[in-house]
Design a protein around this ligand. Structure first.
Ligand SMILES: Cc1cc2nc3c(=O)[nH]c(=O)nc-3n(C[C@H](O)[C@H](O)[C@H](O)COP(=O)(O)OP(=O)(O)OC[C@H]3O[C@@H](n4cnc5c(N)ncnc54)[C@H](O)[C@@H]3O)c2cc1C
Length: 340
């Protein structure tokens, strides 16, 4: 097998949705798992340099050039691998575009992933933070994944339990970050789906329409397009902060001072709306140079054109500090901040 081409000083501007002008010291694109041999050989010559797996670059903020090897994962596959009385099992390669994969499953008549339509990025990155939207999370339809420890070439299957999925979190994000290259993900899609349309705005946009997976997907696409900036036009990484979880006591103290504070109970904790907290601090639509928050959604940090990653990160720090000051709540960034 021919060695994959390794590029040097490679621009990542088109490969991160903030549109930041950053470079990878080394870069290669991985269409098959066999290509990892090239990365391992490179690693032997550069044992001290880091490796970063890249999907669509829609959940990353680069605040510096990357000093090591960026590996763009392009493994392709879409396949029904099994079926039983209740479920269809569908496997996808990590490099598949997430939204195209979702629409493909719906087109084959397999429901389940419709609420996750139009989330940018790849299939392989989706388990990283257990992507979620409109009342559904990846974990709800996940079966298993294959991942490779790129240092030893050990290939391992991870079950639902192994992945330790939680709100915008997983084993791969917080327990062993950077160790596993996710190669394929298998979903278990129900033959008798239960529609989830009670999320704000969804049932309204479906009024008068035939209720099926494709109409739900269409409605969610329309809603997302009306609420979120298109990264091709305005650089962003979607929600920049997680919705914070606080104790019941902490919430009672916040509620006493801010009676309108929206909240949802989550097991023994209370989930707050990060967007609302940021909005209350006066950040919605604010701009500092070319870094800013989106005018319609304070939770989305945007690059108006020439902002650097450092400027966006400084804005994020200022937002974190003011929410901490006003509410005593610590916001946590959702994207991976690279170069911190
Ligand atoms: C407009 C917009 C809207 C969004 N809406 C949502 C939303 O509703 N819900 C939601 O959950 N997210 C949302 N996101 C965030 C983002 O789309 C998701 O997190 C997505 O899964 C990231 O995919 P990616 O391929 O772009 O990942 P990248 O940004 O390339 O990578 C993200 C992380 O995954 C790692 N990674 C990538 N591929 C692999 C692999 N094959 N193996 C191992 N590690 C890997 C990277 O190293 C990095 O740590 C949104 C982003 C944007 C720009």
């Amino acid at each position: 097998m021919p060695r994959m081409k390794i590029y040097e000083h490679y621009s990542l501007k088109a490969l991160n949705t903030f549109g930041l002008e950053v470079q990878a010291r080394y870069f290669c694109s991985l269409p098959t798992l066999g290509g990892l041999k090239t990365v391992m050989l490179w690693r032997r010559e550069h044992p001290d340099l880091p490796v970063l797996f890249l999907g669509g670059g829609s959940n990353m903020l680069f605040i510096a050039d990357f000093p090591g090897m960026v590996v763009q994962v392009r493994l392709a596959e879409r396949k029904v691998i099994a079926e039983d009385q209740h479920y269809v099992y569908v496997r996808a390669g990590a490099g598949e575009n997430w939204h195209e994969f979702v629409r493909w499953t719906l087109g084959q008549g397999y429901a389940g992933l419709e609420n996750l339509s139009l989330i940018p990025g790849t299939v392989g990155a989706a388990p990283m933070q257990n992507i979620g939207a409109y009342g559904v999370e990846l974990k709800d339809h996940f079966y298993e994944l294959d991942a490779l420890d790129w240092r030893t070439a050990e290939l391992r299957k991870f079950s639902l339990d192994d992945c330790a999925f939680a709100y915008r979190d997983s084993h791969f994000k917080s327990v062993e970050p950077g160790r596993w290259l996710i190669a394929t993900v298998t979903f278990r899609l129900p033959k008798q789906p239960v529609w989830k349309t009670n999320y704000a705005g969804v049932s309204e946009s479906l009024a008068g329409k035939v209720l099926d997976a494709l109409s739900i997907s269409d409605a969610i696409m329309t809603l997302r397009q009306s609420k979120l900036p298109d990264p091709a036009i305005l650089g962003n990484a979607g929600s920049f902060f997680k919705n914070p979880l606080v104790t019941v006591e902490a919430f009672a103290a916040i509620k006493a001072k801010f009676p309108d504070c929206p909240a949802w109970t989550q097991e023994s904790l209370v989930k707050l709306s990060a967007g609302w907290l940021i909005d209350q601090c006066g950040w919605k639509g604010k701009r500092v140079g070319d870094a800013g928050t989106y005018a319609q959604h304070a939770l989305v940090l945007v690059n108006h054109g020439q902002a650097s990653g450092v400027e966006i990160w400084q804005l994020a720090q200022a937002i974190i500090a003011s929410v901490q000051d006003k509410f005593g709540v610590c916001l946590e960034p959702e994207p991976q901040v690279i170069g911190k």
